[in-house]
Design a protein around this ligand. Sequence first.
Ligand SMILES: Nc1ncnc2c1ncn2[C@@H]1O[C@H](COP(=O)(O)OP(=O)(O)OP(=O)(O)O)[C@@H](O)[C@H]1O
Ligand SMILES: [Mg+2]
Length: 419
Amino acid sequence: MRRWLALLVAATTSLVLIALLVPLALLVRTAAEGRAMSAAGSEADSVAVTVGSADAETLRLGTERAAHPVTVFLPDGRVVGAPARRSPAVELAARGRSVTAAVPGGREVLVAVQGVPGGTAVVRVHLSDADLTEGVARVWAGLAALGVALAGLGVLVADRLARAVTGPVSALAGVSHRLARGDLAARTVPGGPPEVRAVGLALNHLAERITGLLAEERENAADLSHRLRTPLTGLRLEAESLADPGEARRIEARVDALERAVTSVIVEARRRTRDRAGCDATAVVSARVAFWSVLAEDQARRLDLDLAPGPLPVAVPADELAACVDALLGNVFAHTPEGAALAVRLATADGGALLTVSDDGPGFGTGTAAPAERGRSGAGSTGLGLDIARRTAESSGGSLSLGASATGGASVVLLLGGA
Ligand SMILES: Nc1ncnc2c1ncn2[C@@H]1O[C@H](COP(=O)(O)OP(=O)(O)OP(=O)(O)O)[C@@H](O)[C@H]1O
Ligand SMILES: [Mg+2]
């Protein structure tokens, strides 16, 4: 847009400047010509007054003192002064009419002098092309420089204006991209011209609406799931009234499982609606490592723990971070042989936290092309653990990266955004 505006202004200013400067340049040349002609006329007049009275020698001296080549054609055919051809214009002037005429390389100004013994004398002053355009080139150069400077100034001002518009528009595009990526907290600070500011306000309003609608949808999902409780209660009563106690227990167990599933759907749907409060990463990680350390001891695994002193606030709810740490530690226990050591390290990074879980196992190797791909498991499991960890990290503005530990085992690095 900046380039288009600059081009538009350059084109319009150039047109306006051409429309003004070209006639002005022609006027300057005409004025220079007129000035040279009137100076030549005065010169011719001053020589003309001496033609009748002075002798040929005085006349010659008079013509030599003139600034331009002056020739006097006397009625008796003599020519005094600068040599010149007796042109048809000179013949015309000799009949008593003062004229100017174009000659190769310039113009001649001819003044008829009457009352000279023997007829009419003609005083001719020759002006070269250089005399006629004296000073014109300098003025034209000045006008051209003025034109270029004005066009440049126009483009500069247009560029400033364009930048004032494109800056806020780019910011708007950035916010809409963040919204599209699912970052519903993204908002723009409305700025720029009123129209762009109005778009910014509308985008913020849209983001609010999307957030509100999503919250409503989740509450609806919770409500709908809740409705399942009534038929479930009926089913439980039916089960209790069954004659065969074995069958009754079996069906009751199924009903219990179904009820737990319904409860977790309601809790999950409502949890996503609430504000996602952050947590202290040090507290959560140390609690989860304490839990897993019992199993590590059972399996004779060395567990190194290096935690940055808390509190270390991160933008991830405590239960999500706990699930994430469980997924990573669970992987070590599931995919490395018993006895393989593991290390957990939590450090501060970029205002957030950097959690590294590494082990002395076989590592990711090359067998599993994309271990973090959702649903892809190298061990016949569900393949969700690493994807859950990645999504948790990304929801806080961080990331997950997989690599190798110093001993060639697996190393998972989780960057968590600060709260
Ligand atoms: N510490 C590790 N050492 C070696 N391989 C690992 C390790 N962690 C993960 N992997 C590999 O990455 C794959 C994907 O892990 P992910 O946790 O996503 O799924 P999963 O453990 O197979 O299944 P789930 O976690 O859903 O039970 C694993 O199947 C395994 O092949
Ligand atoms: Mg796993």
